[in-house]
Design a protein around this ligand. Sequence first.
Ligand code: GCO
Ligand code: MG
Length: 407
Amino acid sequence: MNIATAAVIVTSPDRNFVTLKLTTDDGLVGWGDATLNGRELSVASYLTDHVVPLLIGRDAHRIEDTWQFLYRSAYWRRGPVTMAAIAAVDVALWDLKAKAAGMPLYQLLGGASRNGLMAYGHASGRDQEELFDSIRLRLDQGFRSIRVQTSIPGIDAVYGVRAPAGDEPTRYEPAQRSAQPMEEDWDTRAYLRHIPTVFEAVRNEFGPELPLLHDVHHRLTPIQAARLGKDLEPYDLFWMEDCTPAENQDALRLVRSHTTTPLAIGEVFNTIWDYQTLIKDQLIDYVRSAVTHTGGITAMRKLLDYAAQYQIKSGIHGPTDISPVGMAAGLHLDLAIHNFGIQEYMQHGDLTNEVFRQTFTFTKGYLHPGNEPGLGVELDEEAATKYPYKPAYLPYNRLKDGTVHDW
Ligand code: GCO
Ligand code: MG
């Protein structure tokens, strides 16, 4: 089973996606997700210019060897572009191997460790009424865990809050199709004052059972994050996510020593090394990496097995900028590992679902990758050509005095 062709497909149904298609000499097709939000064409070029020529003629069964070859032979290791490119190759090879075996991928990873994967949905609102409506909508859709984000009085646009009324009420898409990133504003003191009042209101309305999550999106210093974690303790969060910018792993030591609110981190990490201190010193509770951005199934399996030794669980990143191919890869891994925690499920739009034909299911709050051989996702190339690439950027933040802050 040698690789005969490798092609990179860029398509923009509801948003931009980069997909790698590998074809073997015996006619099997494997898919890998290489989407890096706002920097899509860099990964497409990395693959087309530097990886595709190396793949032709290689034995598609040699997944570990191909991973090591791509990681080590580049000399320049790590980084989101490199690791997304390696991930795409790795996931496409796992798709091929599972198709060759006639099994869903999770079977090759050791088989199911559970019946389904608890997923959390996103709720947000510009005020309490909108937020409560949004939570009710997610509950009606079957979600049993909810991420809560709200507007902050005094701040015009806040991460995670859906577009103004008139748009589809549940759709939140962080990247905007435009030539320049949108500018948003930020005020940490206003945020720290407001958020605990939101969770108090949500608990009072929806009761003590519902798992609630919150994404801080890298906005705080360690001492600010420690305070927020403490202030949120009465509301029993499932996790507080990305509370500080992720580069400094030791920052979490200070947060950890002040609060029992569980901590999740890592959607912008791309290797196991970004977690080394966090895991061995048990500074976090959940690993937020995406298969797509962390070197694929091969690397994520090692990362999550390492985390398991320290009772740290998975919380795989599942926003809309992970394509259905990347999403399915995460679901197969989630089902197989022992230390599954929760899976983010942001739900793709109709156009995306037209381009990527999927077999994973969402029933009563639980995801399942399905039982088709491989990943269970096929890209419809004809449909993909209808949606050419459109430049889109994530927003960025400035403080009131104009200083650039973390988005
Ligand atoms: C999440 C994330 C996303 C990111 C986006 C950036 O927790 O789902 O924070 O919404 O902002 O994936 O590309
Ligand atoms: Mg996040």
